[in-house]
Design a protein around this ligand. Structure first.
Ligand SMILES: NC(=O)c1ccc[n+]([C@@H]2O[C@H](COP(=O)([O-])OP(=O)(O)OC[C@H]3O[C@@H](n4cnc5c(N)ncnc54)[C@H](O)[C@@H]3O)[C@@H](O)[C@H]2O)c1
Length: 371
């Protein structure tokens, strides 16, 4: 199969769809891989590394799209890319269709096979191609939170770790999933006093077992959130109700009672945010202040650490990319239900119930379609 890896064109997107090791794995299986010139630069990967791995470097995006049968990307295609997409293409990337009607309609019209990272799903419900980015965002939440707690960044002027004789900062993590666990681990490692809240008691039991003693697990409810939000220095929003908008757990009235200069990092902003005063920001202007509380609400946090994120994502996507390339989308989906669940749009039909429901479109079962 001929595989194309175009340069990402979304604002501040430094990732690329595949690392040289992944390219090499595909080449070893007998596939031809084209990488767009300078596509890896944002992740610190030079063209030469791709050449060494067996790729051909191609100058223009249009040529990558025209010659490739499968395209591996990071972000959804943007309108500038729509014209390149044909029914012969298999696209393997994040799409987040339910949040974007224009994209959904364009992909239906294109006739392409759209295999989305975000709905590749194991039998236990876990989402292996979302997890690595949540691990990155959770860790970053503490790094960014620590930075914005500094006085020149408008924070309280508090060091997360404290020093001998001075108390460490208090960190409140709402949600104990992948983001929340990564954040709590980082904050605890730095020496902060950490509270992690979840509504899933089994999850709290697990966290209680594995976390160091400076992490306290608490059942999440309005009362506890209110108590802990008032005393914390850094609040991390990390909740998710699968497929739905994030619940608002921190109302504006509570923000008013938080300490001046405290910091909120609402990682759940991509699902609407769990803090009432949250609105999406960008890496160019990541923060704003409401009621003296610093809000960091960047919707694509992993984009800022392109190199780490590219490697983390590519490690997870690689086996699926090889299976898709070796077998073609039909055989791969029939053999591997995880891949079948990833196909949201194919040949003009919508094969994901959530996407069909979001825009009132006809739903077709992928298994009936491929049978
Ligand atoms: N901003 C970014 O760049 C970025 C990057 C990665 C992930 N995210 C987002 O971060 C959020 C969390 O992702 P995740 O991978 O950790 O999800 P996850 O499913 O692993 O964890 C979510 C946790 O929230 C808990 N939860 C649900 N309702 C709750 C409530 N009322 N109180 C306390 N806990 C509650 C769940 O029980 C679960 O343990 C998602 O919205 C995801 O899209 C954002």
């Amino acid at each position: 199969m001929i595989i194309g890896i175009p340069k990402e064109i979304k604002n501040n997107e430094n990732r690329i769809g595949m690392i040289p090791a992944g390219v090499n794995a595909l080449v070893r299986e007998g596939h031809k891989v084209m990488v767009q010139k300078d596509g890896g630069l944002g992740s610190g990967i030079a063209d030469q590394e791709y050449v060494k791995a067996g790729a051909e470097i191609v100058g223009k995006a249009a040529d990558v799209w025209e010659r490739a049968e499968m395209i591996i990307k990071v972000k959804e295609p943007l309108p500038e890319e729509f014209e390149f997409i044909t029914p012969e293409h298999t696209l393997f990337t994040y799409f987040h269709f339910a949040a974007d009607r224009r994209l959904t309609e364009a992909m239906i019209k294109s006739g392409a096979v759209c295999v989305t990272y975000e709905t590749i799903e194991r039998d236990d419900g876990s989402l292996p191609l979302l997890t690595p980015m949540s691990e990155v965002a959770g860790r970053m939440a503490i790094q960014e939170g620590a930075k914005y707690l500094e006085k020149p960044m408008m924070g309280r002027g508090i060091l997360l770790a404290g020093v001998p004789g001075v108390e460490p900062a208090e960190v409140l993590v709402l949600g104990g999933g992948v983001v929340g666990t990564s954040a709590a681990k980082m904050a605890a490692g730095l020496g902060a006093k950490v509270y992690i809240l979840d509504i899933n008691l089994d999850r709290l039991r697990y966290l209680n077992d594995i976390m160091p003693p400076n992490v306290v697990t608490l059942y999440s409810n309005a009362y506890t959130i209110q108590e802990k939000a008032k005393s914390c220095d850094l609040l991390v929003g990390a909740v998710l109700s699968t497929g739905a908008k994030a619940p608002v757990l921190v109302p504006e009235s509570l923000i008013k009672q938080m300490k001046p200069g405290s910091v909120i990092v609402d990682v759940a902003v991509d699902q609407g945010g769990c803090v009432e005063t949250c609105r999406p920001t960008t890496h160019a202007q990541p923060t704003f202040i409401v009621h003296d509380v610093v809000h960091y609400c960047v919707a694509n946090m992993p984009g800022a650490v392109g190199r780490t994120s590219t490697y983390a994502l590519s490690n997870a996507t690689m086996p699926y990319a090889v299976e898709l390339a070796n077998k073609g989308h039909r055989r791969a989906a029939l053999d591997n239900k995880e891949i079948a669940r990833g196909i949201n749009v194919i040949g003009g039909k919508v094969t994901h119930e959530g996407v069909a429901a979001a825009f009132n479109l006809e739903y077709t079962s992928i298994f009936e379609l491929l049978a």
